[in-house]
Design a binder for this molecule. Structure first.
Ligand code: SF4
Ligand code: SF4
Length: 361
């Protein structure tokens, strides 16, 4: 069921090894199976009916879809495209691994892959303060709401500091990014996105806190014809705008900090300067290896559900990159990367989110 275009990318990629050094998962595991071309080799065998998709399906879910290989591929092949098509095929053929099926069921039943049905009490209180309808909506996303409520609370408080009037939804819909990652362009994913778009269209502007949501809202919605009339902006670009127009005032603490570019912002949406403007207002920015469009993913909460030990090693590698340039603080703009980096047992490099940076000053 794979498209001819994807088959061509599979056949071209399977002979090559040129991007194996930039895969964060391959680097963390040291395993050949965690390279783009190894995935292509497996899928090539499936396309030739030599093996069943179910025989390589675990490997298909060992990819973060971070796009580092796509970005690095000088010949222009796209492993993310064929990996996502393989996931859609697996969903349609009923050969998803059980651990993925369970997460998909949670997405459909509760709106989040983790199956969380009750929000943290402190977050509920913060959300209640912004229940009135305003022109601007702060969209928190499932990771912040369900797994890292402290990030959601701080995101709200940082905007309060700028005296912005905004709403936060108690029953915020899922943007569909988790289903898009798990089963790609399935009908269920599009239906979740359409339901979300209906809610967002009640607002003039939507400030999207989580880059994972921002990526689908600004990219996949358009590609798949899901219309959002509201202006969609990332939290980081909105914070940069608040600083530029004087609604936020910053004091530079003089500390050297480095920035962990989320691939969704830096590669998928081309946003690299806005977060740097925010950090440079509060601290001295020091770049680490693999920054901006060359960023190296630092882990996420969704994959932690089935690859917890690998996520720790991915985050450890990024902390080593920060230490390598002598930075004692990593600033994150992704809830998932913040949580992954924070979960590493170490005390040499501080992990600070953009919203904490604003609140700290
Ligand atoms: S994505 Fe490009 S560089 Fe990487 S293995 Fe495939 S063909 Fe080679
Ligand atoms: S998309 Fe990222 S995780 Fe997947 S093979 Fe490419 S570099 Fe590795």
């Amino acid at each position: 069921m794979m498209s001819e275009k994807s088959k061509q990318h599979v056949e071209s990629c399977r002979f090559c090894w040129m991007c194996h050094h930039i895969c964060p998962i391959g680097n963390a595991t040291g395993l050949e199976r965690n390279t783009a071309r190894a995935r292509a080799l497996g899928l090539s065998l499936v396309n030739r009916n030599a093996i069943e998709l179910s025989e390589v399906i675990d490997n298909v879910y060992e990819c973060a879809c971070c796009g580092a290989c796509v970005h690095d591929c000088t010949t222009g092949w796209d492993p993310v495209m064929f990996t996502k098509e393989a996931r859609l095929d697996a969903a349609m053929e009923g050969v998803l691994p059980e651990y993925i099926n369970a997460l998909v069921d949670n997405c459909l039943e509760t709106g989040n892959a983790y199956g969380v049905t009750e929000l943290d009490g402190a977050l509920v209180s913060e959300i209640e303060k912004h229940a009135d309808k305003k022109d601007v909506l702060l969209f928190l996303g499932v990771d912040a709401r369900c797994k890292v409520p402290v990030a959601a609370v701080n995101a709200i408080k940082a905007l309060e500091k700028a005296n912005v009037e905004f709403s936060v939804l108690a029953d915020e819909p899922a943007s569909g990014w988790q289903l898009e990652y798990l089963i790609s362009a399935a009908n269920e994913t599009k239906e979740q996105m359409e339901a979300c778009a209906k809610v967002l269209n009640d607002y003039a502007k939507v400030v999207v806190f989580d880059p994972q949501d921002a990526k689908v809202l600004k990219r996949e919605y358009k590609e798949w014809g899901v219309e959002v009339n509201a202006e969609v902006v990332t939290y980081t670009s909105y914070a940069a705008e608040l600083l530029a127009n004087g609604k936020l005032t910053a004091v530079n603490c003089g500390k050297e900090m480095t920035y962990q570019d989320p691939f969704q912002l830096a590669r998928d949406l081309g946003e690299t300067e806005e977060p740097r403007k925010v950090i440079a207002a509060y601290a001295d920015l020091k770049e680490m290896l693999c920054n901006s469009g060359d960023t190296m993913w630092a882990g996420n909460l969704l994959m932690k559900e089935w690859m917890a030990d690998v996520i720790v090693r991915v985050a450890q590698a990024r902390i080593r990159n920060a230490k390598g340039v002598g930075a004692d603080t990593i600033v994150t703009a992704s809830v998932s990367e913040y949580a992954s980096l924070k979960a590493v047992d170490q005390d040499e490099v501080k992990i600070v989110s953009i919203e904490e940076l604003i609140l700290g000053a």
